[in-house]
Ligand binder design. Structure first.
Ligand code: DGJ
Length: 718
């Protein structure tokens, strides 16, 4: 170290951001750049980092002036005089406590322009999540253009570092991919405009100790809380660190800031855990449930039946009431009428019309929606309804009246989606925001007993242009769409805090923490095939809590894959999230009906453990020879529910394990009871085992043929 560097280090200030088990250490000094020196398990003596000569990297590297990381910029600005360089130096910092955590702000200023960036951090006392974002302020005399405006940058020391991320498509979301970080750039990004979780999702984990493991190894998670286009890059050059930069995708989104305007970037929520991917997941789950990152996260979610796969668009008063009879007899709690119920001039009997015309189709429902809500209430059921508020069709009265409300590249034909006619409404336009609010507001006024709304979104933005935005701000559309959407959702929540709203986007296309603060749950996938759901749910649970994952039992053969599966397997897979059904109950045989009725009753008993407990994934379907297992454990470890599945058949399987549990109290005694049992008791039924034995040794499961499964309740008898 040079003398100048030693002198600088001596005057440098440590800013330690602590969570219960982790520390993110920033270092700042007046007139110098801010550095991330350390991120890992909790440190109480920060001088160790300096004494160990750990330098770290810049907390928010900028383009154009003297930064070492040309490839991994967090901020790029064209200043008001055309200057491309930015050089942010520390000015001050502050911290403010709030109930449950602490907010830190580190203010930096450019050395040449009147241009400031606050580096903002939020820590929580009930989980090891740190949120990081920036507030960018233009104090220059004229507008500046943000060319790149990431939320945060974070360095990771090289080693055997692996990255886990999710990719997919419609009916096949959240496939987990794991790969070592090699030289070059790994980029995970989205440009769909509306559904940023359908293909690649804005969530990654970095395993710092080699190949990712479920419940061991130093692991970092990074999740961007944004529902629009995003970009997460990891650059690996010849330096000592991998450079992670995450934020809004700047492609097509240069953002102009007028004089004295500021822009707040979405939060990047990071977690460090030395308990592997599982430790990171459990932290995200707690963060989401306990800190409002999913709406009403601590409430128990009700069981339901959704009409889509039962009747598709063939909604009618009789069909709905018949399904309600089934729901009531099964003991589920809520009935949801899906697509197909609306339309005046254009009727929603095919999927190419009527979005935007949210009036009841009285040919199908002569007594209107309020009559159905009453019919549900008469059966002791809650009532829910489907809408797709951000969309319209060229065949709709809305489009005839407001053609300027749709997103469309000016002077060109609209590019339509579903049915050859679907179009996206321009949520950057306040008049459209008011209209979208009014859709929910009208439903709640006309049918005040509505308990649940399924909010769908079935189209991307594939023709960019806004009639509302001025020509110099067209590139704001992708961002302002989501700011407008969030503004509308905030208004809905201010008026209807108790309404349960499902986030659906052709399935899991919008499973992101930009939107989940306003939604109670999401439709995990349009694919309800229980075998593929094992994978989809496994991947989704990496970052999202089971209480938010809508998991429905559907018909066999399955409508998406044609696979024939036993009803028990279908229930056992669906019971690891928010249980529901997606079929006509009248299609069940009497024996199946009886099984389903009992399964709903059983689910209600274990629901607090599944929906609010800690999830330990154990045998991964990705690498366990056609087996999978996981366990949910209450915080006090007095109750647990274990799930195991067999979805491949091998003669004399070469890798048949003793099924081990996880997350239990090693010193507690647990009695085991099998749930949803369809065959004679296993030898361990009703017996008592120590938590240590169950975790170290485990039990033998018969799991006879393919598609057999087992649910075991563990009740502590300390
Ligand atoms: C897509 C959703 O994912 C389905 O569940 C269903 O609601 C359809 N849209 C209705 O059009």
């Amino acid at each position: 170290m040079s003398l100048a560097a030693i002198a600088a280090a001596a005057s440098a200030k440590d800013i330690a951001l602590n969570t219960p088990n982790t520390t993110l250490l920033l270092q700042a000094e007046p007139g110098a750049r801010v550095y991330v020196r350390y991120y890992g398990s909790r440190l109480d003596d920060m001088s160790q980092v300096r004494n160990a000569n750990i330098r770290g990297e810049e907390a928010y590297p900028c383009f154009g002036y003297g930064s070492g990381f040309i490839s991994s910029m967090a901020l790029g600005v064209t200043h008001s005089d055309g200057d491309l360089g930015t050089d942010l130096r520390y000015v001050s910092d502050s911290c403010t406590g709030f109930e449950g955590g602490t907010d830190y702000v580190v203010t930096t200023r450019d050395t040449k322009h009147n241009f400031e960036v606050d580096l903002c951090y939020r820590t929580y006392g009930n989980c090891d999540v740190i949120e990081m974002w920036t507030v960018i302020r233009n104090g220059e005399k004229k507008p500046v253009v943000l060319e790149k405006y990431a939320s945060a940058a974070l360095p990771f020391r090289k080693g055997d570092v692996w990255v886990s991320h999710e990719h997919g498509t419609w009916a096949s979301e959240a496939w987990l991919t794991e790969e070592p970080l090699n030289a070059g750039r790994l980029e995970i990004a989205d440009l769909s405009g509306t559904r940023n979780a359908m293909l690649n999702r804005p969530n990654i984990m970095l395993s710092l100790d080699g190949k990712p493991r479920e419940n061991a190894g130093r692991t970092v998670g990074a999740v961007l809380c944004w529902s629009g286009n995003y970009r997460m890059t990891i650059d690996t050059d010849s330096g000592r660190y991998h450079h992670l930069v995450c934020g809004i995708n700047e492609t097509g989104s240069r953002y102009t800031l007028g004089r004295n305007e500021c822009f707040t970037t979405p939060a990047l929520a990071v977690v460090y855990s030395d308990e592997g991917k599982g430790g990171v997941s459990r932290n995200y789950h707690r963060w989401a449930r306990l800190n409002g990152k999913i709406h009403n996260g601590q409430a128990l979610r009700k069981t339901l039946l959704n009409s889509w796969e039962g009747v598709y668009l063939n909604v009618s008063q009789g069909a709905m009431e018949k399904m309600m009879d089934g729901v009531q007899a099964l003991g589920a709690e809520l009935f949801v009428m899906d697509d197909g119920w609306f339309g005046g001039k254009y009727k929603r009997s095919i999927d190419n019309c009527a979005l935007g015309d949210w009036v009841t189709d009285t040919d199908k429902l002569p007594d209107g929606v309020p009559a159905l809500e009453k019919a549900a209430a008469a059966r002791g059921l809650k009532w829910g309804i489907w809408i797709e508020p951000e969309m319209t069709n060229t065949l709709s009265e809305l489009y005839e009246k407001h053609p300027d409300w749709v997103i469309c590249n000016p002077g060109r034909e609209p590019v339509c989606g579903r049915g050859g006619t679907q179009l996206v409404l321009d949520m950057s336009n306040p008049a459209v925001q008011d209209y979208v609010f009014s859709i929910v507001d009208n439903i709640m006024k006309e049918t005040p007993g509505t308990y649940y709304i399924k909010w769908d979104c079935n189209m991307d933005i594939n023709s960019v242009g806004s009639s509302y935005l001025t020509s110099d701000r067209q590139s704001h559309l992708y961002v302002d769409y989501h700011l407008g959407l969030v503004r509308t959702l905030e208004r809905i929540r201010a008026n209807y805090p108790d309404l349960v709203i499902q986030d659906c986007a052709s399935g899991g296309g919008r499973v992101n923490y930009g939107l989940m603060p306003y939604f109670d749950e999401f439709w995990t996938s349009d694919n309800t095939d229980a075998e593929q759901r094992l994978f989809i749910q496994w991947g989704t649970s990496m970052f999202f809590p089971p209480c938010a994952m809508a998991q429905h039992v559907s018909a066999s053969p399955n409508h998406q894959t044609g696979r024939v599966l036993p009803l028990k397997f279908r229930f056992d897979v669906a019971m690891t999230g928010r249980l529901g059904m997606e079929m006509k109950p009248s299609d069940l045989s009497p024996e199946e009906f009886e099984f389903a009725r009992n399964a709903f009753a059983t689910y209600k008993e274990i629901r607090p453990v599944v929906q609010q407990g800690d999830l330990y994934r154990i045998l991964s379907p990705y690498d366990s020879h056609g087996l999978a297992s996981e366990i949910f454990v209450t915080e006090d470890k007095s109750e647990a529910v274990f799930f195991a599945y067999k979805f491949r058949q091998y003669a004399n399987s070469p890798a048949w394990p003793c099924f081990r549990f996880d997350g239990l109290d090693p010193d507690a005694q647990y009695v085991l009871t099998e749930l949803n049992r369809t065959s004679g008791p296993e030898p361990w039924e009703g017996k008592t085992f120590s938590g240590r034995f169950l975790m170290d040794t485990g039990i033998e499961l018969s799991l006879g043929g393919v598609y057999s499964s087992c649910i075991i309740r563990c009740s502590s008898c300390r």
